[in-house]
Design a protein around this ligand. Structure first.
Ligand code: SAM
Length: 237
């Protein structure tokens, strides 16, 4: 699987993908991560990639021309219909496991990282096929968000992890994962649950299932607690 990342700061991607599982997957030829410097596609002598927002306001907005030029140059024209072109933005749909699984079905995806006040809306409307947020908060740039998406998708690519490693995981089956323990069996007086030391595989499986269900219920209750009030209950000033 190939990831093409369009960014003003390609060097940000060097270190996170030079370690651990993703690095091994790259070395094994299972995934490729290509970063493309949007600034290299700006054509004026100062290589301008941002400008003041029409209508006023603080901050700078990333210009459409270098982004279109970069993506079209790398992906080709006409743009391949089977390659999702994703804008990283806090106003996109929220990234989750189901979306990671859907993206992992593709051979190639392109990610566009915004910066400053964001990206000229024509990029989202006329170049991108999707817009993704990694959560309801605002980062300084789309680079970390793109890394999160790449990491979550890459580990689902066949061969990157053993198949059983991703089966029971949180969010994969609708249940959160059960608690995990390793040696020592006792640490500072806190003992590992006895059932895990029993060697009774059926009892262990049952305990894990119960724990996963309890943890999932607790998290659901927490989510309901923090959910915004239904529109009808919101007070309009
Ligand atoms: N003014 C924008 C707004 O209020 O929606 C925020 C711009 S943010 C400072 C700059 C860039 O960071 C965005 O263009 C986007 O690429 C990226 N970004 C920030 N938060 C993000 C999030 N939660 N998910 C994905 N990308 C994000």
């Amino acid at each position: 699987m190939r990831f093409d990342v369009f960014t003003l700061f390609p060097r940000m991607f060097d270190s996170p993908f030079a370690e651990s599982i993703i690095h091994r997957a790259i070395k094994a030829g299972l995934i490729e991560i290509h970063t493309h410097d949007i600034r290299a596609y700006a054509t004026d002598k100062h290589r301008t990639t941002d400008d003041y927002p029409f209508g006023g306001g603080t901050g700078m907005v990333m210009k459409p021309e270098p982004i279109f030029a970069a993506v079209e140059s790398v992906l080709g024209v006409p743009l391949p219909p089977d390659v999702p072109i994703i804008l990283m933005t806090p106003s996109g749909r929220t990234f989750n496991h189901a979306l990671a699984q859907a993206l992992a079905q593709h051979q190639r995806i392109a990610l566009i990282c915004g910066h400053y006040e964001g990206v000229d809306e024509r990029v989202r409307e006329h170049l991108c096929t999707d817009a993704i947020s990694i959560g309801d908060y605002v980062l300084t740039g789309g680079e970390l968000a793109a890394m999160v998406v790449i990491d979550a998708v890459a580990r689902l690519v066949p061969g990157v992890l053993p198949p059983e490693a991703t089966q029971d995981e949180s969010h994969a089956s609708g249940l959160l994962e059960y608690p995990q323990y390793t040696r020592p069996a006792e640490f500072r007086g806190w003992r590992v649950p006895e059932v895990l030391l029993s060697g009774n595989h059926a009892a262990i499986a049952r305990w894990r299932r119960e724990q996963a269900e309890a943890r999932t219920r607790a998290r659901q209750a927490q989510l309901q607690h923090t959910a915004p009030a239904p529109a009808a209950q919101l007070k309009v000033e």
